[in-house]
Design a binder for this molecule. Sequence first.
Ligand code: ADP
Length: 419
Amino acid sequence: MGLARVPGSGLPAYLVDQPAFYDRPGNPYAGPDGHDWPDNHRRFGLFGWIAAELARGADPGWSPDILHVHDWHAGLTPAYLAARSPLAGHVPTVFTVHNLAYQGLFPPAVFPELGLPPGFFSIDGVEFNGLVSFIKAGLFYADRLTTVSPTYAREIQTADFGCGLEGLLRTRADALTGILNGVDPHVWDPRHDPVLPRSYGPEDVASGKPLAKAALQRRLGLDDRPDAPLFGVVSRLTSQKGLDLLLACLPEIVADGSRLAILGSGDSDLEHGFSVAAAAHNGEVAVEIGYDEALSHLIIAGADIVLVPSRFEPCGLTQLYALRYGTLPLVRRVGGLADTVVAATAVSLADGSADGFAFDDDSPPALIAAARRASSLFRERAIWLRMIRRAMSRDFSWTAAAHRYLAVYRELQPGLVPA
Ligand code: ADP
């Protein structure tokens, strides 16, 4: 374990240096063959154990006021703390769920390797349907729970979104808070984005944004059609994101005169389906399979509408980026999407609060109806421009989120002041 500093902030950072566990090819979870490492319980268990030891006072030179851990990867930390008495005072814990669908489940045979007391493998502990669940450990043992939007905080207490953990989450409802994520205003800023042919703000969006659209069409080999609504997608291609719905609707959306620009990677069925659709609609539908930061910025800026038809969405970031760039989100009304997009209705159009489109049913007709509503408003230029300016005026900075996290910390440590 070594001490470092978080760049730009001077905050201390402890790095867990265990090359036998972490110095491996592939991503943090899986090897180059895409399979999870078979010892992930030990790799992420060690990480959580060290965090807990620091919170217990293992470093005489420093100890935290709050231990705030995220997702299943750090889920065992509050369990380790509960299992061992503190060397210094008790450090309260916060556990944040970014996506309840990823749970860190392992066979029961791994439990003895984790160094937890035998009694912890029980329904009042880390056991979940006979398996070891790292996320349940966090949900059960942490003092406070948060997730990344108010609507998702409610949804995960229901059977439709709770992934089997809704009962536990209901018993912990008083400890659970939904706090929306923020956007990095320096990385996602149409006034200072090197990817754009010309920067723009709300005052010159009407002349700046069409240049981004033209550049995007050229980059992807789409026909140059400023008058046709261009729908963009930047996403993992998984069933969570509801893009099978889009694939089912795609011929109708194109027949309506709209265009599509899609960037993503993930499930091979979806990658194949979108690639076939692009070949069948040359010049009208463009698909890039892969991960490409620069192209993602160009799509967010150059599209007229960004589609996020997710089945569930803890917060979602693409719709927040889109709003900043004056690209109107079309979303399914779930989770953070419901909390961040003001869908166009007679009322919201009249009072000027509309900045996007939403649908409820998990079905192609519902998506098509919303896409048609967006395309018809796209042709009403004055209304559209008003919606664009409204979208660009929304504030999703981290400052608001930081204050809400601080309020949670202060409930646990009333005397806490920011450093
Ligand atoms: P999730 O975390 O469930 O994938 P979010 O919307 O919260 O969904 O965040 C996804 C982030 O990853 C966004 O910033 C999105 O722009 C980015 N992203 C997803 N796929 C790609 C891709 N193929 N290329 C570039 N960026 C991508």
